[in-house]
Design a protein around this ligand. Structure first.
Ligand SMILES: [Zn+2]
Length: 324
């Protein structure tokens, strides 16, 4: 059966595996349960967590179907080699091939496994015209990563390890006078990384480092809407490293026209998140940015980009991943 025929006849079945949630879509039904991650199961071994993941994926599916998987891990989209994921497996460096193991366990299923940012990028890019050129997608959730696609050639270029845009574990730029944030631990085993300041699990630690009251995630959007000074200080602090990363993109990627920002943290804070980023990006403007207008950065609405839909687009060949 060709992919195009399969696309018309098979209901979409897929998984989106993040550090916090595992979403399972079967036809039109989407269910969500806690992910088999170190974040949700502190103390379990990587081996056990990996087995739980493979078990989740292989026990639920009907026979002889096609299943797409969006995996929140640094991985090679071409070979399916998984390198690691701090929300899922902490500081472990993996050398496991998920697609191969799934095929061994369930050879009747046609498996397609891709990195979650590649998936979200595909779904975001599918709604843009080819003339958009290079387009980016940045996820801010329990982890942070970025990827850029060339819509002209419909390709995503990766390095020899199959990676591109793993910016979450680069050293963070922090606001002047807040050098103590560079001591904050990162789930990868390092400290002061972009994810250690800007990812979801970092926000309570940043609040503590700023001397603010304990972070209340449920109350946070309301406090921002009320203009609470402490809440805005916290948000502007956690968005600062990402604003500087975006500046680097603007400076080094002239073909980039638009970057969508998704993921649980950014989507939940929506317009507040956009306003905070814009505040940083509009500050300290100077001649080096030219006068032709800048690339678009847009915080996406909740659910606007769906990694499972993107995983299906990748399985159908909408974007090709190519190695340098
Ligand atoms: Zn890190």
């Amino acid at each position: 059966m060709t992919d195009s025929l399969r696309e018309r006849t098979d209901p979409l079945t897929g998984f989106d595996i993040g550090g916090t949630w595992l979403r399972h879509r079967s036809g039109d039904t989407v269910t969500r349960r806690p992910a088999p991650s170190l974040l949700n199961h502190p103390g379990l071994s990587v081996e056990t967590l990996w087995d739980m993941l493979v078990c989740e994926l292989t026990t639920a599916e009907p026979r002889n179907g096609r299943v797409v998987v969006s995996l929140g891990a640094a991985m090679d989209d071409l070979t399916s080699q998984v390198h690691g994921s701090s929300p899922l497996w902490g500081d472990a460096r993996l050398s496991r091939n998920l697609r191969m193991e799934l095929r061994q366990r369930r050879p009747d299923v046609e498996w397609h496994v891709h990195n979650d940012v590649t998936c979200a990028l595909a779904d975001f890019a599918a709604r843009l015209p080819a003339e958009a050129g290079h387009v980016g997608y940045l996820t801010v959730s329990s982890g942070i990563a970025l990827k850029i696609a060339d819509l002209g050639s419909r390709t995503v270029t990766v390095d020899g390890s199959g990676l591109q845009g793993e910016i979450g574990h680069l050293p963070a730029a922090v606001p002047a006078g807040l050098g103590r944030l560079l001591d904050l631990p990162c789930a990868c085993g390092g400290a002061g990384h972009v994810a250690a300041v800007s990812a979801g699990p970092a926000i309570p630690r940043v609040a503590k480092a700023l001397g603010l009251e304990p972070f209340d995630a449920a109350a946070f959007p309301g406090r921002l809407s009320e203009g609470d000074t402490g809440a805005w200080h916290l948000l502007d602090t956690v968005t600062y490293p990402l604003a500087q990363a975006i500046r680097w993109l603007w400076t080094t990627q002239p073909r980039l026209t638009v970057t969508g920002i998704g993921g649980g943290v950014a989507e939940a804070l929506g317009a507040h998140y956009q306003r905070s980023l814009e505040g940083h990006l509009n500050r300290d403007a100077n001649y080096s940015q030219g006068d032709a207008g800048r690339q678009v950065v847009r915080v996406l609405a909740p659910g606007e980009t769906d990694p499972i839909r993107g995983a299906q687009l990748l399985a159908d060949g909408f974007l090709s991943v190519v190695k340098t």
